[in-house]
Design a protein around this ligand. Structure first.
Ligand code: BGC
Length: 416
């Protein structure tokens, strides 16, 4: 994850850097799966319609860890892209380095404050100024299930609790199919972990342990129980999981090879691009025990300071396009997320998106709308990265006892 200490000199280099070609935006992102590529293609189209040139800077790797490493080295060498997909607390770190452009001229003219939920607007601001344009709201605590596989295994609907889940998973195994489709990459392990913690301990516990990083919560009996459940889930994953990309795991569910996947709703983008229909071919349900809570993940683009006036104009076009009604609808229909812009017409969206939109509002009122730690929304990158490593070590090594797993995660949470 990002550590920005070496960036002090980069600002000067950037400002002195070669002028960008007029109207060109180089955009760094990690949207390379089928559904993701289709979605970002819509942004490219809108930018081109406005007369700009889109220079694609895609860095493969779900969750964005690879993209963030590449971004750091580009900025350090004085060659930042015009825009980059940066999220959550990492935005603050980049802004503190002085390398991000102030988007207030666009944000004020378009009244973003009135168009965004406050919880999102706050993340997009540094010292009161907008430094990023939000794209969407992804919900992370989803469970995806193949309807035909459940039927074949004799499972009636999506399990609502962890005990129900394990009973269902046993039936799937007995039917000769894979219960849990999982890609063994650290960020995917972490994604499952946060849903298990939320489903085991509830919203307040999640907030104490994974947002406040409270040591008492992190070393509590509830965390022990969470790790026991997390390890049990691992028992239902096939041996070919290590290293697998998330979208290939989704494909296993789509192709009726596996029953369930725990993944944010970018997975729905894969179902959609495969022509699958929710409620018929597949089921979207909150991960067991997490019905009344919502872990959110907001994608956003920050712009780097550029001197060239045409490049700045293209950046302003990008910021404005991202928040525009046209983009918010078409992008999110493809991506699996919901619009971040308030008061959008949801009539073209499917039931999963409608449920997400409803739960976003309901959990926000109930105090159970929570930032996803696995997707860089909850804590600074250094702590998130350290916890993620400890979680994956535990997931991948049965010789690490639950007690040691708890200790390692709590220790990692102290990383600054
Ligand atoms: C991003 C999504 C992306 C997913 C998989 C998440 O962190 O927020 O936009 O689809 O990673 O790459």
């Amino acid at each position: 994850m990002v550590r920005l200490s070496k960036l002090a000199t980069a600002v000067a280099l950037l400002v002195a850097g070669t002028a960008a070609i007029a109207g060109e935006v180089e955009v760094l992102h990690w949207w390379t799966s089928g559904g993701e590529a289709k979605s970002v293609g819509e942004l490219k189209k809108i930018m081109q319609e406005k007369g700009n040139t889109w220079k694609d800077f895609a860095v493969a790797g779900g969750g964005g860890d690879n993209a963030m490493t590449v971004l750091k080295s580009r900025v350090v060498s004085g060659n930042a892209p015009a825009a980059a997909q940066i999220k959550g607390p990492a935005l603050q770190e980049w802004a503190a380095e002085g390398v991000l452009a102030n988007l207030d001229p666009v944000a004020k003219a378009e009244n973003w404050d009135a168009l965004l939920p406050k919880v999102v607007a706050d993340i997009m601001k540094y010292k009161g100024n907008y430094i990023a344009a939000p794209v969407n709201v992804h919900r992370v605590n989803w469970m995806w299930a193949n309807a035909a596989v459940l039927k074949k295994a004799g499972v009636a609907g999506a399990p609502k609790t962890w005990p129900e889940f394990f009973a269902a998973a046993d039936k799937v195994k007995k039917a000769g199919l894979i219960a849990v489709a999982h890609g063994g990459q650290n960020w995917q392990d972490f994604t499952v972990f946060e849903s298990v913690v939320l489903g085991t301990g509830g919203a307040k516990f999640y907030n104490d342990a994974l947002v406040k990083l409270d040591q008492k919560a992190l070393t509590s009996a509830t965390m022990t129980k969470s790790l026991e459940t997390f390890r049990k889930v691992h028992g239902y994953v096939d041996p070919a999981s290590p290293g697998r990309d998330w979208n290939l795991a989704t494909a296993m569910v789509i192709q009726e090879k596996a029953a369930f996947q725990f993944m944010g709703d970018w997975a729905k983008g894969e179902f959609t691009s495969a022509g699958k229909v929710p409620g018929k071919d597949y089921i979207c349900a909150a991960a067991p025990g997490t019905d009344n809570a919502y872990t959110f993940n907001v994608d956003s683009f920050a712009m780097f300071k550029l001197k060239d006036a045409a490049a700045q104009k293209a950046q302003a076009d990008l910021a404005s396009s991202i928040m525009g009604v046209q983009f918010q609808e078409i992008f999110n229909l493809n991506k699996g997320s919901i619009p971040v812009r308030l008061n959008m017409d949801m009539s073209k969206f499917d039931d999963c998106a409608k449920l997400s939109a409803k739960d976003f509002v309901a959990t926000s009122k109930a105090g159970s709308l929570l930032p996803s730690i696995a997707h860089g929304m909850a804590v600074p990158p250094a702590a998130a990265g350290a916890i993620q490593d400890a979680v994956s070590q535990f997931w991948n090594d049965d010789k690490i006892s639950v007690a040691d797993g708890v200790k390692n995660i709590a220790k990692a949470a102290k990383t600054q």
